[in-house]
Design a protein around this ligand. Sequence first.
Ligand SMILES: [Zn+2]
Ligand SMILES: [Zn+2]
Length: 332
Amino acid sequence: MVLCDACGARRAVVLQRHSGRRLCLECFRADIVGRVRSEIGRWGMIGPGDRVLLGLSGGKDSYVLLDSLVEIVGASRVFAVSIVEGIPGYNREGDIAAIRRFARDRGVDVIVTSIREYAGAGLSEVYARARRRGLSHAACTYCGISRRRILALYARLYGATKVATAHNLDDEAQTAIVNFLRGDWVGMLKTHPLYRSGLGGEFVPRIKPLRKVYEWETASYVLLHRLPVQEAECPFINMNPTLRARVRTALRMLEEREPGVLLRMMETLDAALKDLASRARPLRLGRCMRCGEPTSPRRSLCKLCELLEEAGFAVPIYQLAAANRLSPPAAH
Ligand SMILES: [Zn+2]
Ligand SMILES: [Zn+2]
């Protein structure tokens, strides 16, 4: 039996290659939560009065995020929103019961909603209609932007002061490299925790507490804790090999050969951006004529309204749905 390098008492169950340590389940968990805690503290992601909404997809990262936040800030300051995308063959509705149970066991309320509720159609339908009109956006574009919008709406509706998303270290390293390769320094700054958007109080800031936790760590975490992870892979994934997908492959290979390289890269980036991000002037954003959400300067419609409009969804149903919910529905 190999003993844990941290406590020396329990059986080691994972080899953490970036630290060279073999850890037991308890110490592995404590190490992850510790890293999340230190990231939250370092960038002031969650203050004493904050109430945090988190997107609970049922994927491995979202489970680790919920567990960590409950441990760090307490279940009473956290609630979850789960969004059903509406993709046949990848039906999250069947997983909702497991997601609810997981959250309820930890004392966290889950609100379930769907893209259909906001866009007037599920994701597959939105995407199919866009294709018929000759549009070439990836399905993930509609999905990502809709989900982000829905989380923002619910945050306001339920008085959350932060929206936490489950992006892990691998995601963040990919984003950084993609921004770098595109020469997009604004994008680089905007994804950094130090960046302040300059938006007024009604726009809820987003935080990424897992930004220093490897993807393999969240995968091992849910496996070792036997959590009910959504098994089906989204059918839209890998449909068009994006720059990001190629960067992902390259970074995986690099990490494999040189364990810890992604973590070091992000630490270097943090140090380099620290000055830049705190000195950067906030972007002056406009407001979408249609839904009132923030837009890039000089744009009259936000990205989501524009995407939906060109796909033939003229009425922003999600906005009506939100407006009709002046008193929030009870959490389930
Ligand atoms: Zn241990
Ligand atoms: Zn809009």
